[in-house]
Write a protein that binds this ligand. Structure first.
Ligand code: FAD
Length: 488
């Protein structure tokens, strides 16, 4: 190993000596991957195919001891540091140019305790890993709607999925966590131990350290549940979207649902005559007995004449992988950005339809997430998550294949969010935050009244802002103009 040029925390340059790198590599149980190594290009690739960052070092950790050594190495050498869970963050915060990546992708162990109805999973596990183990016992904890997403980033930012109205956000189901903090200490975190940090982990993102394991509460759901997935012609939306809203406002907690504007994908699973059609989609899962779910969700299947109706009872794990084929790793380009809506009254609906029908690329997905039920009954200051009161989340989930489309798709997405501004609340979902372009302003708006407490917590646990490649909370009392060293 030769010397390596690396990027410092404040975007300067430093030279790492051969001895220092060899000594670090020798301590790790997992491999230390450097430019030129076989597998370097695969190791630096994240979900978003737009991201092309070249870390100096990738520590593929095998366990907590590796994570502690890697955090210490980064701090002692003043290195820019990224932490990779599932690698789904669209801004590519899981990797960095010139710095050190703590890569947890091999730390995916999951252990279920069926009698206590709890599960403990390592920090690199995905929702697919977790669901596989918990469903063996007919149990679940709320995750996201794409099974390849990491449990870490999703839970730390909140965690929206098909169980949010029945059992809350992923972070609401967190019982405890193990966290390696900036000083390389391993802290147990729960309601009883380091409760302030426990508060911050539930929504505050990756700001406070590397979470090496998460313990969640489990609930009985499945193995079969009723799923509603109906694609209507987009022209149906002026009647169907208000009808969906009215249905959701009276729906039982068992139902969690999103409405989407999209194009019917050009894949065999869909009838040839429907492929490529502009569509308004109603997707909902019922978390109770399938026959009851079938009855409850039936009205959502009668909002018009469907182009395609994929609804039916199905295994919970099939629901959890339903969207996977449309979000492949590394190939496709992604830009997801959201705003909390103040309401979904008819004027807001008209604005959404107006914008959604004008998508420049058909694969741009416009999502409306209904909030409510269990996730809204948690007090606004009980966890760091910032958007408990919003009734709906509006999100532009742009996906496209041709790099030549990037500029116009991203510009259009930003313009649509600006157009929705008059109907928005001052908040958004940190896990759908684009490239974090607005920096501190965005983070303050996302956390609202919880921001100041988060900033104090950050000052206590990470005063030098070692963990800054995230929706970054500036340490209270620190330099207010501290910027992330790179923007995607
Ligand atoms: P990563 O990119 O690995 O990490 C994201 C952030 O968390 C980074 O800042 C990283 O440094 C930090 N981090 C990662 N692991 C750790 C750790 N162990 N300890 C401390 N910090 C860590 N969100 C939803 O709520 N519901 C959905 O249904 C949903 N679906 C999605 C589908 C797709 C296709 C994509 C691309 C995203 C989706 N998201 C969803 C958003 C998702 O929650 C965020 O992208 C989240 O950051 C992904 O977590 P990750 O671990 O995969 O990402």
């Amino acid at each position: 190993m030769d010397t390596l040029q690396a990027t410092t925390l404040t975007n300067g340059q430093t030279t790492l000596s051969e001895e220092a790198i060899d000594e670090f590599a020798g301590r790790l149980r997992g491999p230390l991957i450097t430019p030129g190594d076989d597998g370097y290009d695969a190791a630096r690739q994240v979900w978003n195919g737009m991201i092309d960052k070249r870390p100096a070092l990738i520590a593929r950790c095998s366990g907590t001891a590796d994570v502690i050594d890697a955090v210490n190495f980064a701090r002692e050498n003043d290195l820019l540091l990224a932490v990779r869970g599932g690698g789904h963050n669209v801004a590519g915060d899981a990797v960095c140019d010139g710095g050190l990546v703590i890569d947890l992708s091999e730390m995916r162990g999951v252990r279920v305790d069926p009698s206590a109805q709890t599960v403990r999973a390592e920090g690199g596990a995905t929702w697919g890993d977790l669901d596989r183990e918990t469903q063996a016992f007919g149990l679940v904890t709320p995750g996201g709607v794409v099974s390849t997403t990491g449990i870490a980033g999703l839970t730390l930012g909140g965690g929206l999925g098909w169980l949010r109205c029945k059992h809350g956000l992923s972070c609401d189901n967190l019982i405890s966590a193990d966290v390696v903090t900036a000083d390389g200490e391993l802290l147990p975190v729960s309601e009883d131990e380091n409760p302030d940090l426990f508060w911050g982990l539930r929504g505050g993102g990756g700001n406070f350290g590397v979470v090496t394991s998460f313990e969640f509460e489990l609930h009985e759901v499945g193995p079969t549940v009723m799923m509603c997935a109906v694609m209507y012609p987009a022209e149906t939306a002026p009647e169907a979207l208000p009808a969906w809203r009215d249905f959701m406002e009276a729906a039982p907690d068992e139902v969690s649902s999103q409405a989407y504007f999209w194009a019917v994908p050009d894949v065999e699973a869909f009838p040839a005559e429907a492929r490529g059609e502009n569509t308004f989609i109603v997707a909902a899962m019922h978390a109770g007995p399938p026959d009851e779910g079938e009855r409850v969700l039936q009205p959502l299947r009668e909002l018009g004449t469907p182009l395609v109706d994929l609804s039916g009872p199905m295994p919970y794990r099939a629901v959890q992988t339903l969207f996977d084929p449309f979000f492949p790793e590394g190939e496709r380009h992604y830009y997801f950005k959201s705003r909390d809506l103040a309401s979904l009254d008819d004027e807001v609906i008209d604005a959404i339809i107006d914008g959604a029908m004008d998508r420049p690329v058909p694969t741009i997905l416009i999502a409306i997430w209904h909030y409510g039920g269990a996730m809204s009954r948690v007090g606004a200051d009980e966890t760091a998550f910032g958007s408990r009161d919003a009734p709906y989340l509006f999100s532009v989930d742009a996906t496209w294949d041709d790099p030549a489309d990037s500029e116009r798709v991203i510009e259009w997405s930003r313009a649509f969010l600006d157009y929705m501004e008059p109907y928005a609340e001052d908040g958004m979902y940190v896990n759908f935050s684009g490239f974090g372009e607005e920096g501190d302003k965005l983070v303050r708006s996302a956390y609202g009244p919880n921001y100041e407490r988060l900033a104090r917590l950050k000052a206590e646990y990470d005063p030098d802002n070692l963990f800054r490649l995230n929706q970054n909370i500036r340490p209270a009392g620190g330099a207010s103009d501290e910027r992330r060293p790179e923007a995607a």
